[in-house]
Design a binder for this molecule. Structure first.
Ligand code: ZN
Length: 292
């Protein structure tokens, strides 16, 4: 069942578990995510960036949502950069959009977010925004010093925009870290959970470490975006399959088999994270929430 993100995250916030939000881009990744959620009885959020064919991904998500009606799932535009692309995603059938104006000053970020919220809510679609800067893991030493989310600003932002959930900067970064895992500001996160009345989102979940992610969920994160770990698990699986020298009666490995090996590894990492975030079995525990 494809639904707005809000009820999924409200339940997560209330019961203090985290919803995995894997990055998807095609039929195989969408199918793998639905299967992982179905197998582990977990709600799920599919995150898709605008550089993909978002109209195609929306139709694919609708198809698999109909195939797995028991899975509460939201399809979210990840890092939408403008009002127009959010409108395009909503027209395509996305049930949630992220408007990311976190690079802009507070005032402009709040203003554009409020406009997107007005449009999206009229269509029954949820909105995620970002406050503070989540930088790049490859440039972590420098980006970690960028401003983390200020709790009183976050309260003001939520009030002024009526946004449904907020991505906060608490020390993670996008991509894979070289060497050390990131240093998370758990005190700040605890304060944000205390004062901000909407669910909080963590971007840059990959290679943060299971213990830190589990603690981030316990401290107040309701949605965790994942891309790099899933993608690199997939490419590594493909690399080992090719290096194994295996072949078929055709004398070569069909493309579907090669890509399938990557997707299988991608799916396994999604399942591992569902366990880490404590959302395994939530469907049975929260039946009423998702059926209404
Ligand atoms: Zn992100």
């Amino acid at each position: 069942m494809l639904m707005a993100m809000n009820p999924i995250l409200q339940d997560a916030r209330e019961k203090r578990y985290g919803v995995a939000a894997p990055g998807v881009n095609d039929m195989q990744t969408v199918s793998a995510v639905f299967q992982a959620a179905r197998d582990l009885r977990a709600p799920i959020i599919l995150d898709c960036v605008e550089m993909n064919d978002i109209e195609a991904v929306a139709d694919i998500a609708k198809f698999f949502a109909a195939r797995y009606p028991e899975v509460p799932a939201a399809l979210n535009l990840d890092h939408g950069r403008s009002f127009d692309v959010c409108a395009r995603a909503i027209r395509a059938g996305f049930t949630s959009v992220m408007i990311d104006c976190s690079k802009l000053p507070f005032e402009e970020n709040a203003q554009i977010t409020a406009e997107v919220v007005k449009m999206a809510h009229a269509a029954g679609v949820s909105v995620e925004a970002e406050l503070g800067r989540v930088g790049s893991a490859q440039n972590y030493a420098e980006d970690r010093t960028a401003p983390l989310t200020d709790p009183s600003e976050a309260v003001e932002f939520a009030k002024r925009t009526s946004v449904d959930c907020l991505a906060v900067a608490v020390g993670t970064a996008h991509g894979l870290y070289e060497g050390e895992t990131p240093e998370l500001d758990f005190d700040r996160l605890a304060e944000l959970r205390e004062v901000v009345p909407i669910p909080l989102v963590l971007h840059g979940g990959s290679s943060t470490g299971d213990d830190k992610l589990a603690l981030a969920v316990k401290t107040g994160i309701s949605k965790i975006n994942l891309f790099s770990d899933l993608s690199s698990a997939g490419t590594n699986a493909i690399r080992s399959l090719l290096a194994s020298g295996k072949t078929t009666a055709l004398g070569f490995l069909p493309l579907g088999m090669v890509y399938g090996a990557g997707i299988e590894a991608y799916k396994q990492v999604v399942m591992d994270y569902i366990e880490v975030f404590g959302s395994r079995g939530v469907l049975d525990a929260s039946k009423k929430t998702f059926i209404s």
